[in-house]
Ligand binder design. Structure first.
Ligand code: MTE
Ligand code: MO
Length: 425
C-alpha cells in the first residue's frame, strides 16, 4: 500500500518535509515582502515580474508538502497525543499554508475572479502574513538548538547533539504547553516574542486600521495644502458635486505606488503639455490649468495586485474634452501619457481615450489630490486596472503607432480592462 510505504522511514520523512517546508515558507516570505514593499517597486523594475512568478510558482508548489504531510498526518497526530502545544502548531501551520494557497490562487488569477474576489483574497493573504510570519519566525527562532538545551548540556559534543537535533521537529517545547516565563528558556522566548510584537505590531495596527477604516484621512482642503509636498496655488475650488462628495466618500484605501521618489511640484516648475499630432499644441501653467471647466464623476478603482477603492468622487477635466479642444489630427492612433516623475508612461488607444469617464483629475472626494496619490494632476481610467491611471500626469502626446508603457514593458498586459479579461492577462 502507498500509505504503508510512505510510513516506512516516516521519522526521516517528517524531518525532510519540515526542512522543505521551512525553505518554501522562507522563499515565499522573502518574495512576498519584496512584492508588497514599495521600495522594491523602484529598485527592481522588471525583476519584480520575475519575483512575482517565482512567488506564484513556489506558492503553488507548497501544495506538495501539504498533501504529503496529510498522508502522514494520521500517525504523526497520534504521536502528538497529549502534546497540545505541538498539535496546535501543526494545525496553525497547515491552516496558514492552505489559506495562503487558496487566497494566492485568487490573486494570481485576479482577472478570472475579478475584484469581488481579489479584494477579500488580498485581505486574507495579508492577514495570514501578519499573523503567520511572526508566528513562524518565533517558532523557528525559539527552536534553534541552543535555546532548547540546558546550559550544561550545551557542552555535549557536536555529533550527538546533531543527532538529537534531527528529532527537533516533533519534540515538544514542554509537554502540555509553553514554558513558564520564569525559566531561562521561557524568558528568552518571551523576549523574542516581545521583540517581534514591538517591531511588527505598529505596522500591523496601521494595516488593520487602514483595512477597516475607509477613505484617506480627513482634514480640510487648507490642511491638505499646508501638509502636502505640492504647494500649488491657487487651490482648485470644488464643484458642488465634490463637496460633499457625490459618491458619499471613497470606500477603501489607495496603496501608494510609485517607481520613483514622489516628485514635488510648485507653481514655478509645474506645467501641463498637450502636443504631438494635434492642431493646437498647448502648454498650461497651474493658474490656467485650474481655471479650466471641470466635471465630477464617481467611479471605482482597481489594482491588479488585488485591492480596490470604491465610490471615488473625482473632479477634473474629461480627457475627451481636452482632445476635442486640441483637434486630433489624422494619423494619430495612440494617446501617450507622461508622468512628471520622468519615468512612468502609459497609453490608451484613441478610441479608449475618448471614453466618457477617462478623466484628467485634480480633486478626489472634494480635496486636491495629495502628492502621494499622484497630485496635483493624475489620470483616472475607471474601466481599466490602476496602472493606466498615470500619477503626476504632466504631458499628453498624440502619436502614430504604439508605445509600450512602464509596466507593460515589464510584463503587464497591454489590455487592462477590468472584468473583460480571459484570466491569463
Ligand atoms: N507615475 C506613476 N503612476 C502610477 C504608478 C506609478 O508607480 N507611478 N502606479 C500605477 C499603479 S500600478 C496603480 S494601482 C495606481 C496606484 O495609485 P495610488 O498610488 O494613488 O494608489 O497608480 C498607477 N499610476
Ligand atoms: Mo496597480
Amino acid at each position: 500500500m502507498l500509505l504503508k510505504r510512505l510510513r516506512k522511514g516516516y521519522g526521516k520523512k517528517l524531518v525532510k518535509l519540515h526542512a522543505w517546508n521551512a525553505w518554501i515558507v522562507a522563499v515565499l516570505a522573502l518574495t512576498g515582502l519584496v512584492l508588497a514593499g514599495g521600495f522594491w517597486r523602484m529598485a527592481l523594475g522588471e525583476g519584480r515580474v520575475w519575483i512575482k512568478w517565482l512567488h506564484v510558482a513556489v506558492g503553488l508548489g507548497s501544495l506538495i508538502p501539504v498533501v504529503y504531510y496529510l498522508l502522514l498526518a494520521g500517525k504523526h497526530w497520534k504521536q502528538l497525543r497529549g502534546k497540545r502545544w505541538q498539535r496546535f502548531n501543526v494545525v496553525v501551520v497547515l491552516a496558514l499554508l492552505v489559506g495562503w494557497l487558496l487566497s494566492g490562487v485568487v490573486l494570481w488569477q485576479f482577472r478570472a475572479f475579478g475584484p469581488a474576489w481579489s479584494n477579500p483574497a488580498l485581505t486574507v493573504h495579508d492577514l495570514l502574513t501578519w499573523i503567520g510570519l511572526p508566528y513562524i519566525i518565533y517558532h523557528s527562532v525559539t527552536r534553534v538548538k541552543w535555546l532548547k538545551e540546558q546550559p550544561q548540556r550545551r557542552t555535549v559534543k557536536a555529533e550527538p547533539a546533531a543527532a538529537a537535533d534531527r528529532e527537533a521537529p516533533y519534540r515538544d517545547y514542554a509537554p502540555g504547553g509553553p514554558q513558564p516565563l520564569y525559566t531561562r528558556r521561557g524568558f528568552i522566548r518571551g523576549a523574542i516574542g516581545a521583540g517581534l510584537a514591538i517591531t511588527v505590531g505598529p505596522s500591523f495596527l496601521k494595516w488593520l486600521g487602514s483595512s477597516i477604516g475607509s477613505g484617506i484621512g480627513g482634514g480640510t482642503t487648507e490642511e491638505w495644502i499646508a501638509n502636502d509636498r505640492n504647494s500649488l496655488v491657487p487651490a482648485p475650488q470644488p464643484l458642488p458635486g465634490s463637496v460633499p462628495p457625490s459618491g458619499g466618500g471613497a470606500k477603501g484605501n489607495f496603496r501608494i505606488y510609485t517607481v520613483t521618489r514622489i516628485p514635488a511640484f510648485s507653481n514655478d516648475n509645474w506645467s501641463f503639455v498637450l502636443d504631438g499630432l494635434v492642431s493646437n499644441k498647448q502648454t498650461w501653467n497651474w493658474e490656467s490649468f485650474v481655471a479650466m471647466q471641470r466635471k465630477v464623476q464617481v467611479s471605482d478603482f482597481h489594482c491588479v495586485t488585488g485591492w480596490s477603492v470604491y465610490n471615488n468622487t473625482w473632479e477634473g477635466i474629461p480627457l475627451k474634452e481636452l482632445l476635442k479642444e486640441a483637434g486630433v489630427q489624422n494619423g494619430a492612433e495612440t494617446v501617450k501619457f507622461y508622468s512628471g516623475d520622468g519615468v512612468y508612461t502609459d497609453t490608451l488607444t484613441l478610441e479608449q481615450a475618448m471614453m466618457d469617464d477617462v478623466m484628467v483629475a485634480v480633486m478626489h472626494d472634494g480635496k486636491p489630490i495629495p502628492s502621494d496619490m499622484g497630485g496635483p494632476v493624475r489620470l483616472v481610467v475607471p474601466q481599466m486596472y490602476g496602472y493606466k491611471s498615470v500619477k503626476w500626469l504632466n504631458r499628453i502626446e498624440l502619436i502614430a503607432g504604439t508605445h509600450t508603457g512602464y509596466w507593460e514593458k515589464r510584463g503587464y498586459s497591454n489590455d487592462a480592462w477590468v472584468g473583460k479579461g480571459n484570466g491569463f492577462g
